[in-house]
Design a protein around this ligand. Structure first.
Ligand code: 3EB
Length: 333
């Protein structure tokens, strides 16, 4: 006799599918689809539409399960849902051309929310920004402008901790974000010894540095939830420099190697975590590719590196630096 492991819904690993999972067990849903805009209510749950797929691409629906009775609400345009353990919140930052002020406002609202609801441990944030490498009316790069507003909000809130994050292009719909915070589980924000911490990037990348950790480890819960690493959007960056400009295969390899080092035994030990993970342990992987023609090469390299059980979604969108061709994120199982 052999028994088969039955997948158990968990509050901190999403279900990624072509269709939304059943509403009553969810915190919220993110639609990586053909249109973006403000979050909305569907079946009393927040739904955030992101414009991440082009004509003919399949929509990807990311559903965050709830572990208990869910309460919902709205705070300054952020729609949220929480179950006593995890808070999910989603918002539309605004048009990308006025990113700085909009980002500051949106992040201020986010920090107010986690304080008020008492979910202090922010463990993952996603930012999607249309025209991320364009210039604002004032001549600043949109991404740099976004970073300036976000940095100001962190400073105003007195927040020195930085969570795992993704900052990535979108095909339209301005700038949006969503995040997850835990009420009680310990978070350890991880850096990668091969990469400069984002908050120490030199000024050439923008007036205020980005604010994200390379990954966040959410420690095991008393309820039996395992420890997981949430890997940020990771790119072909060593120290703070893009490497292999124009070469998609080499960029993909450096990106995968960066993630392997980040989640491996040595780096986790350095952060006081007695666990180890490899690329084959990742789930809910998202791969962002700048040029559609690079998809086959990137998909082949990812297919070889991740496990047979890894679910991978590909999106063709701009990455935050013009010379970056690929960015990859995931969550350990
Ligand atoms: C980088 O290392 C790549 O601004 O939140 C990755 C993850 C990136 C998060 C963010 C940006 C962000 O700079 C870009």
């Amino acid at each position: 006799m052999h028994s088969k492991e039955i997948p158990r819904p968990t509050g901190t690993l999403p279900i990624i599918a072509e269709h939304p999972a059943e509403a009553r067990e969810l915190l919220g849903t993110v639609r990586y689809g053909a249109e973006g805009g403000p979050p909305r209510w569907e079946h009393d749950r927040p739904v955030l539409p992101l414009h991440m797929t082009g004509a003919g691409d399949r929509e990807v629906v990311e559903s965050w399960p709830a572990m208990g009775p869910v309460r919902t609400g709205e705070h300054r345009g952020l729609l949220f849902a929480h179950d006593g353990a995890v808070l999910f919140a989603a918002g539309h930052i605004g048009p990308s051309r006025t990113c700085r002020d909009d980002a500051e406002r949106a992040y201020r609202a986010a920090f107010e929310l986690v304080e008020a609801l008492e979910y202090p441990h922010v463990f993952r944030m996603w930012n999607t920004i249309a025209g991320i490498t364009d210039r604002t009316a004032a001549g600043t790069e949109v991404y740099a402008d976004f970073c300036a507003g976000r940095a100001q909000a962190f400073e105003n809130a007195g927040r020195v901790d930085m969570a795992a994050a993704t900052g990535i292009g979108a095909l339209g719909g301005g700038a949006s974000f969503y995040f997850l915070a835990h009420r009680s589980r310990t978070t350890v924000h991880l850096e990668n010894p091969l990469q400069t911490p984002s908050s120490e990037y030199p000024a050439r990348y923008g007036p205020r540095p980005p604010r994200f950790a390379r990954a966040t480890y959410l420690a095991p819960g008393r309820d039996g939830e395992r420890g997981r690493v949430y890997v940020s959007g990771t790119a072909s960056i060593l120290d703070h420099r893009t490497v292999h400009s124009g070469e998609v295969a080499a960029q993909t390899q450096v990106t995968l190697a960066n993630i392997a080092v980040l989640i491996g035994a040595e780096n986790l030990t350095r952060h006081g975590i007695d666990e180890r993970f490899g690329l084959e342990d990742l789930r809910a992987v998202k791969v962002y590719v700048k040029r559609r023609e690079d998809l086959p090469v990137v998909a082949e390299l990812c297919g070889e590196s991740f496990g047979a059980r890894t679910d991978i979604a590909y999106f063709v969108v701009d990455v935050c630096r013009r010379d970056l061709l690929v960015e990859i994120e995931g969550i350990t199982s």
